[in-house]
Design a protein around this ligand. Structure first.
Ligand SMILES: [Mg+2]
Ligand SMILES: [Zn+2]
Length: 477
């Protein structure tokens, strides 16, 4: 035997035989089986956006890392069954059920049959459950945990199924899908008042900040906007709670509610919406709002070590690049500090520009809005002329011109107003965190969470299909 190999073999024999070593192996380690799971989904958040937020934070604070940076464990491939570029419905279905499906599908397979979700299986097992989002709660991602339909567009039906499933905690926007058309801001055409149905089930219902502040116990539903909640950069704290506050309240309400623990899904929904609009400030500040919610979950974990905190994204949105060609030359720098002066999303900025050009057709008032709200005080003559001309005669061009003015100054670029196929990061902290390692397809993520909680999704799927139809695909997304 080669001397080195012999030495190694001897070492192995000693380590196997040594009573100390085997005792160590039997010593109960912290259980790899979590009692609670907090499952974060950052919609439309790819690796470039992680760097974007981190380098902004480094440029503006003394911190070096985002709260989730130390917990990076792997990556996911996000493709859907019918396209290499997924939407949030197919992506959410993979993350919620452990099965890939077609774009537009809400927790149904490619044949339209129901797929049991982690939240349903957790509830079925007697765990407490919760959903916290910043979009309409009927939007694709939360729907994939709480409903089954062939098309993500069926939001009234999704709300009805959410009422029937009744997770212990539901928070977000989307009030319009829970109220009949004759009760503002209701839009339902079937006349159902789902908030009354939830009250009849014992739920406390809140639709404003005061109701949120008063609420202390599950079951609780808080819907704080008719449509999506505000971007964090625009959020009026007197009207809407932050994602961090909602996460903290959900954790407090779910903790101890069941001896079997809880499953909480938290979505930072609007990172994606901002990226669709190439709205860098709204994107950035929603990422930082998410970071605070992630930190809140880590803080909870410190006192409740049986809690697994996992986080991933359904896909990347916007095709953001940091560094770009400027005037034909690739630039090896970018300037995150540009965003220090940005104080509004396009949801607020564009209406303000419209009002400004109506009251002052010279464009001076509109240019003042761009200087004061977005830090665009140093526009070139050509940029000013383009913007004022567009504001006067081609309002559809304004958003693109503002985006380019900001992007030139920051030396960044968006390459699409849609989703991309790039892999997304996976983060995990707590019992079972090592099970998320490596680069895997996104359906593996849903299955790993199920295994860690001991949930049998296949058995529940079989039961669900006895009472649910084959759901038809919608007209397309
Ligand atoms: Mg979403
Ligand atoms: Zn999207």
């Amino acid at each position: 035997m080669h001397p080195t190999v012999a030495a190694l073999a001897a070492l192995l024999v000693i380590s196997v035989a040594a009573p100390d070593a085997s005792a160590q192996r039997r010593t109960p380690r912290p259980s790899a089986q979590p009692t609670n799971v907090v499952y974060f989904i950052t919609d439309g958040f790819g690796p470039a956006s992680v760097t974007f937020a981190r380098e902004y934070m480094q440029a503006t604070t003394g911190r070096r890392n985002l709260a989730f940076d130390p917990y990076l464990v792997g990556a996911l491939q996000t493709w859907a069954t019918d396209s290499r570029v997924t939407d949030s419905a197919a992506g959410g279905t993979a993350l919620a059920t452990g099965h890939k499906t077609y774009n537009g599908a809400i927790a149904v397979d490619t044949a339209g049959r129901a797929l049991a979700t982690l939240l349903e299986a957790a509830q079925d097992r007697g765990m407490a459950t919760g959903v916290v989002v910043t979009s309409r709660i009927t939007h694709a991602t939360p729907a994939c945990f709480t409903a089954h339909v062939g098309s993500r567009a069926e939001e009234d039906e999704i709300a009805r199924q959410q009422m029937r499933l009744a997770p212990d905690v539901m928070m977000g926007g989307g009030l319009r899908h829970f109220l009949p058309a004759d009760v503002a801001p209701g839009r339902r055409r079937d006349g159902l008042n789902l908030l009354d149905s939830l009250r009849a089930k014992g739920f406390t219902v809140a639709t404003d900040r005061a109701g949120f502040d008063r609420a202390t116990r599950a079951p609780f539903v808080g819907l704080f906007a008719a449509d999506h909640m505000a971007y964090d950069v625009d959020r009026d704290a007197a009207r809407e709670p932050s994602l961090e506050e909602m996460t903290e309240k959900a954790l407090a309400m779910l903790q101890g509610r069941s001896p079997r623990g809880f499953f909480l899904m938290v979505e930072a929904s609007r990172i994606d919406h901002a990226a669709h609009g190439n709205d860098a400030a709204a994107h950035l500040f929603d990422i930082l709002a998410y970071e605070r919610a992630f930190q809140a979950a880590l803080d909870f974990q410190r006192t409740h070590p049986g809690t697994l905190v996992v986080a991933t994204s359904d896909h990347e949105t916007g095709g953001l690049t940091l560094g770009r060609n400027l005037d034909g030359v690739g630039r090896y720098y970018w300037h995150p500090e540009v965003f220090r002066s940005e104080q509004a999303s396009y949801d607020v900025l564009l209406p303000a520009l419209r009002t400004a050009i109506q009251t002052d057709t010279t464009g001076a008032a509109a240019l003042a809005v761009l200087a004061n709200r977005m830090g665009l005080y140093n526009l070139s003559e050509a940029e000013r002329a383009d913007l004022v001309a567009a504001l006067r005669r081609q309002p559809g061009r304004v958003q693109g011109l503002v985006t380019e003015a900001i992007a030139r100054r920051a030396t960044i670029q968006w390459t699409t107003g849609g989703h991309t196929a790039v892999d997304v990061n996976v983060y995990a902290a707590g019992p079972g965190a090592d099970r998320f390692r490596g680069n895997r397809p996104n359906d593996a993520m849903g299955r790993t969470v199920a295994q860690l909680l001991g949930l049998d999704l296949d058995a529940l799927t079989t039961r669900l299909r006895r009472t649910t139809p084959v759901y038809p695909r919608g007209a397309g997304e």
